[in-house]
Design a protein around this ligand. Sequence first.
Ligand SMILES: [Zn+2]
Length: 58
Amino acid sequence: MDVKKLIEKYHKAHSEHPCCEGCGAVIQESDASDVEYVKTKRRSELFIHKGCVNEVWR
Ligand SMILES: [Zn+2]
């Protein structure tokens, strides 16, 4: 999955960059290699740093 493209798409759609669901930091395209993209039923799309995933889901 090309996370960088998904971040660009989010940026265009929302006029802002997504924030990490774990630590709240703004995620830039340059962070894509360290970011997981998750699609949920409740919230359409989430971006989470790989290092923050375990803090969110446990
Ligand atoms: Zn994070």
